[in-house]
Design a protein around this ligand. Structure first.
Ligand SMILES: [Zn+2]
Length: 305
């Protein structure tokens, strides 16, 4: 079962984009292109409908958080109008960390997240289906540790997964250490942005600990070339990590929308999956990666976790 913005659903099959933004506002630290808001809503709906019709998209995870332009009401409208299941995240932004995270106890942060997952966001009955947290470019301090421990406790209490943002891929070790020590189930944790690793052994290290591996800025102008990212994925599959990969395009800019000349939410399907096929990854394995893996990360675990 997946907890979506419009309610709990059983999702049988079909592709899932596991790391996207349908609404976001990072203009305070990144610039004017980094806003997807009300003005973009109809372009986003058109873009998603296109991806649904062309590639069978079923579910999208919106990984925006408070402090970074999360917009639950808009997610509900977008889900309604596209027929797509949309997962909304609880959690907090990391750059900068909101005052409430700095000043609240671990228990208070945990309880805020649990409330958004089980009861609803603010006064609504719109609920969250995952927890998103992250670390900025600095060495993680005790405030980040408090937040990660709170997230682990909230995940344990509710059965939803944790998705982390890494500013540098090598932060994965610190993140997994803290989450594990706080009792999180690492097989229900997704570490984002690992396509940026300098050394492939960092992917193996995350994989060995059972966590999901985010290869999730497909189509980014900055960062590794898309062909090199495809090579990383092929290598990970050869190492037995095919069941832990999450492929997505992390759309967070107006300029990436189809209405503005971009490739939009279709990017993963139109630009990246053909590269895997060219490199010999069989079609059934590709569709498993696109459906089974994100379904596992976004399923709510009800087995007493
Ligand atoms: Zn993102």
């Amino acid at each position: 079962m997946i907890r979506t913005i419009l309610g709990d659903v059983e999702v049988l099959d079909g592709p899932i984009l596991g790391h996207e933004h349908l609404q976001i506002d990072l203009s305070h630290n990144k610039g004017e292109d980094n806003i997807l808001w009300q003005n973009e809503e109809s372009a986003i709906i058109d873009d998603l409908n296109y991806t649904k019709v062309q590639y069978g998209l079923r579910v999208v995870a919106d990984l925006s958080v408070p402090g970074g332009g999360r917009n639950p009401e808009a997610l509900a409208r977008i889900s309604h109008q596209t027929g797509l299941h949309v997962v909304c995240a609880t959690g907090f932004y990391w750059d900068a960390v909101p005052d409430i995270v700095v000043h609240s106890s671990h228990q208070k942060l945990r309880d805020i997240m649990i409330r958004e997952i089980e009861t609803g966001i603010d006064q609504t009955d719109l609920r969250c289906g995952t927890i998103k947290i992250g670390t900025d470019h600095t060495e993680p301090n005790s405030i980040f540790e408090k937040l990660f421990r709170a997230a682990a406790a909230a995940s344990r209490a509710t059965g939803v997964s944790i998705v982390t943002h890494t500013t540098k891929p090598e932060q994965a070790t610190w993140q997994l250490d803290v989450l594990e020590d706080a009792g999180a189930d690492l097989s229900h944790v997704l570490i984002s942005h690992l396509h940026k690793v300098k050394d492939f052994s960092e992917i193996i290290a995350v994989g060995k600990r059972g966590a999901f591996i985010g290869i999730d800025q497909l189509g980014f102008k900055k960062g590794p070339m898309i062909g090199d990212v495809a090579d990383i994925v092929v290598r990970a599959i050869a190492q037995g990590l095919g069941g832990q990969l999450i492929l997505s395009s992390d759309i967070a800019r107006k300029s990436r929308l189809r209405a503005n000349g971009g490739i939009g939410y279709a990017t993963t399907f139109s630009e990246f999956l053909p590269l895997l096929k060219q490199r010999g990854v069989p079609e059934p394995q590709i569709s498993k990666i696109m459906s089974d893996n994100p379904l596992k990360i976004y399923s709510v675990r009800t087995d007493g976790k």
